[in-house]
Design a protein around this ligand. Structure first.
Ligand code: NAP
Length: 307
């Protein structure tokens, strides 16, 4: 299918690694950055994209109206209420938009049976925001895709993740790390893969409309599914020879023994206890990015990583 000229994009969350990666992939096409902080100067040189000051948490109007297609890597629980408020005040502006692609999280699925209050509240916030965004877009006839990615990792320009990079720092500090020996499947997605999917959908969304064959909610992962232990081993292998992370001994334990050793955490921090137990839970089975992009799969880890 021949694509028409690229649709202009207004990007929210440009100062996240995925937003940074999208700015880079969208180089040369019309793009405006909306947010609290002006965009960083592009790593490839040239002028930064035009900036639309906009605090999603504030009730006030943005100076100029966002145009084209909105892509958001900001927290969906701030983006969805902002769009609802803006649509109520500016129906003509919303009607002129070409679509919305917003990032939610696979936690809305994987944490829905969590025992601790923090995770249950997170699931509720995500679900309410997804429902609000769906309603706003349906009311104004806007095509919508909600991306629900699992663990996002990697570096784009000067910005990097704060999850696998922290695990790698832990590997550098510890001589030994006990892990559940079985299960714990993960499907981490690199920020560049997530950005590529958003851009791919942005080019097709105005054409696709919201026909019944188009899923609005898209749980999304990377191209490799691997156990927690294998993920850490691959992270070790991806470090420079001589990096202290390589020396940490990954001690795979029988699941029962791992749970018994983690049990004392329950007394001090039920949230940490549950996070440790989740290491053994399978959080995978999402649509791999390469299937949407129509490209060969990329093995984990996709580079660059946070140094
Ligand atoms: N990290 C993960 O593993 C993970 C997993 C699943 C889903 N997600 C989702 O994926 C997206 C990106 O996650 P991330 O962790 O990479 O993001 P992040 O680094 O925390 O960045 C969040 C972005 O949202 C912007 N933002 C936050 N509040 C805002 C407000 N009130 N007004 C305007 N902009 C605001 C931030 O801009 P400022 O520069 O102004 O702070 C920043 O650009 C988010 O929607 C997140 O919920 C993340």
């Amino acid at each position: 299918m021949a694509l028409p000229s690229p649709v202009p994009i207004t990007l929210f969350g440009a100062t996240s690694p995925s937003g940074q990666a999208l700015s880079e992939l969208a180089r040369g096409r019309p793009l405006v950055v909306a947010g609290r902080r002006p965009p960083l100067p592009p790593a490839w040189g040239g002028d930064p994209p035009p900036f639309l000051p906009c605090d999603l948490a504030q009730a006030g109007e943005t100076g100029e109206a966002p145009t084209g297609l909105l892509i958001s890597f900001a927290p969906i629980w701030t983006f969805a209420p902002w769009l609802a408020r803006w649509a109520a005040r500016n129906p003509a502006g919303v009607a002129a938009l070409q679509g919305v692609i917003a990032c939610s999280s696979s936690s809305v699925i994987t944490k829905r049976f969590a025992a601790n209050r923090y995770d249950r509240d997170l699931v509720q916030r995500l679900r309410q925001a997804e429902e609000q965004l769906t309603l706003t877009c349906a009311t104004h006839g806007l095509p919508l895709r909600i991306l629900a990615p699992t663990l996002i990792y990697g570096q784009a320009g000067p910005l990097g993740d704060r999850n696998l990079s922290q695990l790698r720092r832990l590997l550098r500090r510890l001589p030994l790390l006990p892990l559940p020996g079985q299960g714990g499947l993960r499907q981490p997605i690199h920020c560049r893969q997530l950005a590529a999917v958003a851009l791919h959908l942005a080019d097709r969304l105005p054409l696709a409309g919201d026909g019944p064959s188009q899923p609005v909610h898209l749980p999304l992962g990377g191209d490799d599914t691997l156990s927690y232990a294998a993920m850490l081993r691959r992270l070790q292998t991806a470090t420079e020879p001589g990096d202290a992370a390589r020396r940490c001994w990954l001690l795979a334990l029988p699941p029962r023994l791992f749970q018994v050793l983690a049990a004392p955490l329950l007394l001090f921090s039920p949230k940490t206890f549950e996070a440790v137990l989740r290491m053994g839970a399978d959080l995978a089975g999402f649509t791999p990015a390469h299937r949407i992009l129509g490209r060969p799969p990329e093995p984990f880890p996709v580079l660059p990583l946070v140094p």
